[in-house]
Ligand binder design. Structure first.
Ligand SMILES: Nc1ncnc2c1ncn2[C@@H]1O[C@H](COP(=O)(O)OP(=O)(O)OP(=O)(O)O)[C@@H](O)[C@H]1O
Ligand SMILES: [Mg+2]
Length: 393
């Protein structure tokens, strides 16, 4: 027996996987832009998908690749104060990290003040601070050798946030018009990105490359398990691999959780066995239910939830006509919600007139929830027999 080895699997939000499954084409194309500055349609990219499907990991992967190609990288969340953070903190830090020659070229552009060691000191107060001007200057000083990657994660559909984000987008689009070499990537759930596109000033985003994240294909899922384990110095038995692939259903967060549990079950053994995979099974599904599935469900409006509740009565796929009956509403009404849920990736079509959950175990989660609620209602502590009396008037 060798010593136990640390797990190379990375369960957890925003943890970049050791082996990145899927999306090979998009990554290859975007990496090519980092090397050639030949943007084509890739000045703006929209990344959408459910929670835990790998959006943040994809952004991190892009950031690492861009930095490697010498690009400036600005990454932030779409939370309040985005513009201020980027202009007052991120950009000065980026400037000071660059080589002195770069800063010397910037100092000639007159936007920022530098000290004798050509370190950033402050803005020149004579120039109206605008992200647009900053980006154009930062890009020009790169002398055509590299560009600027901006990633904005966690786009959400709140009104105030969206207004702020559309202002940010407008500045970026002006910088592009002025010739700055910029790629901007926004990530969020589909409904939020759609809301962003509907805002003023974001028309340029309608030409974006769209990357929609769904679960990985079965072969890619196998590859992630095998190669991740191999990086950690272990192999996976055939039956164990089959079990891990089918339990994860290609859902990235679940792939990492299942791999991690299986790994830790007996991490001194050179191979991951069927016994390890079997132990991982229950634990991984339980963990993914509390960390991912319940949050995904909680993101939805009441009506969307009712739609999914109606679906959960079936084990596999559900007839849309049955949803109409179960919800007791019109067919047209159900069609509207069906389209929304299809667009946002919660459900997919499964044959004519049928829908199915996209996220493994979501149906089972809802069934368990509904059963628990039903028994809660019965268990009211016996108080239904003792209604509160009316107060004397
Ligand atoms: N392409 C991938 N291949 C394998 N594992 C991945 C891949 N992408 C992400 N993961 C793993 O999946 C988990 C979730 O990833 P991530 O946090 O990027 O998802 P997300 O879509 O940003 O979620 P959220 O919407 O909640 O922010 C992490 O454990 C990560 O290591
Ligand atoms: Mg994320």
């Amino acid at each position: 027996m060798s010593e136990s080895a640390p797990s190379p699997f990375t369960p957890g939000y925003g943890r970049k996987p050791a082996i990145f499954g899927g999306h090979g084409e998009e990554l290859t194309e975007l990496r090519r832009v980092f090397d050639t500055l030949d943007f084509g349609e890739n000045h703006s990219v929209l990344v959408s998908g459910l929670r835990g499907v790998g959006k943040t990991s994809f952004l991190t992967t892009l950031q690492d690749d861009a930095r490697e190609a010498g690009w400036l990288v600005i990454s932030d969340d779409a939370s309040a104060g985005l513009m201020g953070r980027v202009m007052d903190s991120t950009i000065p830090t980026l400037i000071n990290e660059r080589a002195p020659e770069y800063r010397a070229r910037l100092s000639k552009l007159g936007i920022w003040q530098f000290n004798a060691e050509v370190s950033y000191v402050d803005r020149h107060r004579s120039v109206k601070p605008q992200l647009r001007t900053d980006l154009v200057a930062l890009s020009a000083a790169l002398d055509g050798s590299a560009g600027i990657l901006i990633t904005v994660d966690e786009v959400s559909a709140g009104k105030v946030r969206l207004r702020e984000l559309s202002k940010f987008a407008l500045q970026v689009s002006h910088a592009l018009e002025d010739g700055a070499q910029v790629m901007v990537v926004f990530a969020g759930v589909k409904v939020s990105l759609d809301a962003l596109l509907a805002e003023a000033h974001t028309t340029f985003l309608r030409r974006s490359r769209e990357v929609e994240f769904e679960r990985l294909s079965a072969p890619e899922t196998r590859r992630v398990f095998v190669e991740t384990a191999r990086l950690g110095g272990r192999s996976i038995e055939q039956e164990a691999l089959d079990k891990l692939v089918s339990l994860s259903q290609g859902y990235p967060y679940l792939v990492q959780l299942a791999g991690d549990y299986a790994w830790r079950n007996n991490s001194a053994d050179p191979t991951i066995t069927l016994a390890d995979a079997t132990v991982a099974h229950d634990r991984a599904i339980k963990a993914v239910e509390s960390r991912v599935i319940s949050r995904v469900y909680g993101d939805l409006s009441d009506v969307d939830q009712k739609f999914l509740d109606a679906m959960a009565q079936d084990d596999d796929r559900t007839k849309v006509a049955d949803i109409v009956k179960r919800m007791g509403v019109s067919d047209a009404y159900v069609q509207v919600y069906k389209k929304r849920l299809l667009d946002s990736g919660y459900v997919h079509a499964a044959g004519r007139g049928y829908v199915q959950f996209s996220l493994p175990y979501l149906g089972a989660h809802i069934r368990r929830q509904l059963a628990a609620e039903a028994s809660d209602n019965r268990g009211d502590g016996g108080w239904s027999a003792y209604p509160a009396p009316d107060l004397p008037s």
